[in-house]
Design a protein around this ligand. Structure first.
Ligand SMILES: *Cc1c(COP(=O)(O)O)cnc(C)c1O
Length: 354
């Protein structure tokens, strides 16, 4: 049969998400979703929009961009919003990297190489060090623009803001763009957002899916100097002028304005995270020092696949990657205390049996 696909479509290797099986009820700790529901104010704000669904949403998502700007002490003109940070990332790749060279750590968010392939980016991978930390020299030593997730996924490790600033400075002198994907920054110790004032080459990308517990609504954003934001808007308006619907924009605005709820849930998750890490370490696991809402862990004697299978039998889904350097690790989303009790007990049983 004739292959009707364009050459771009023939070249794609789609990203594979955490599975969502429905053969039974699972505790879902495989997609780094929030352990808690979103702010009640987000739900209220959505309800108010229900009356207006026959009308297109605001073209510029002005209310949401102002709320994001206020939350970070920047101006709305420095904020771009999109349908999940995955879409913001895709538009960023198209806007800034298509046909150019881009460097990224070899072990990072696996959507980056997908976009690179789709948009004809010359994508170069700098190996992480043996301990999974970012090798800044390897990352910056080549040519081209740079993208990195900070904290990184699936390693859960965070680079200091001092290091990010040095990277921004050096890349700026060389006329190279730096994108920092801060999907997990709310669970970490800092943000690169204050850098955008001084550095025209820095774009920070964030999501409402993790700390704000709105994965189901698909909202992400990018912040940077106006020239970068205008460039993104130019591409967006050539594809989809209204990437954010009324419900999503209203909920996201209410969620980011409800700082008390955000602080409370993030702090609960970080406490559960650190407690669970200690308990898994007591069981002999090596757990990387996480600055995210997930744990990246391995056991010296029990293979990750064995643990994965044992947890699955206990009704718990966690994430496993088949990359040779990752295959003996599990990425476990931090759920509620009760859910993490189940994880610890499941791991304990699996180790006992092994
Ligand atoms: C979850 C995640 C995203 C995607 O976020 P969405 O807004 O849900 O598309 C982007 N980058 C990293 C590193 C992530 O872990």
């Amino acid at each position: 049969m004739k292959d009707f696909r364009s050459s771009a479509a023939r070249g794609v290797t789609p990203y594979v998400c955490g599975e969502q099986p429905d053969d039974r009820e699972y505790i879902k700790l495989n997609a780094n979703e929030n352990a808690y529901p979103p702010s009640p104010r987000a739900l209220e704000a959505m309800r108010a929009q229900m009356e207006k669904l026959q009308y297109y949403p605001d073209l510029t998502s002005a209310g949401l961009r102002r709320a994001i700007a206020d939350a970070h002490g920047i101006r709305p003109e420095q904020v771009y919003v999109g349908n999940g940070s995955d879409e913001v990332l895709a538009f960023s790749f198209l806007t800034f990297f298509a046909g150019k060279t881009l460097c990224a750590p070899d072990l990072t968010y696996s959507f980056y190489p997908c976009y690179a392939k789709l948009f004809g980016v010359d994508y170069r991978e700098a190996p992480l060090r043996e301990d999974f930390s970012v090798d800044v020299e390897a990352l910056l030593g080549g040519e081209g623009d740079v993208i990195l997730a900070n904290p990184n996924a699936p390693t859960s490790l965070e680079l200091s803001q001092g290091t990010i600033r040095e990277m921004a400075e050096r890349l700026n002198r060389q006329g190279r763009l730096l994108i920092v994907d801060e999907a997990y920054a709310a669970f970490g110790t800092g943000t690169a957002i204050p850098l955008i004032d001084a550095y025209p080459n820095v774009l920070v990308i964030r999501t409402f899916s993790k700390a704000h517990a709105l994965a189901g609504l698909r909202i992400g954003y990018a912040v940077g100097q106006e020239a970068l934001i205008e460039a993104l808007n130019g591409v967006k308006d050539s594809i989809n002028s209204y990437p954010l619907d009324r419900l999503a924009a209203a909920a996201a605005q209410a969620a980011i304005e409800d700082t008390a709820y955000l602080e409370q849930t993030v702090s609960l998750i970080c406490q559960t995270r650190d407690r669970t890490a200690q308990r898994l370490a007591k069981l002999g696991m090596t757990v990387l020092p996480s600055r995210t809402n997930f744990l990246f862990a391995t056991h010296p004697d029990v293979p990750a696949r064995t643990l994965l299978q044992a947890l699955r039998e206990d009704g718990i889904l966690v994430r496993h990657f088949s990359h040779p350097r990752l295959e003996n690790y599990l990425r476990i989303t931090v759920g509620t205390d009760e859910q993490m009790d189940r994880v610890v007990r499941g791991v304990e049983r699996a180790i006992g049996r092994a």
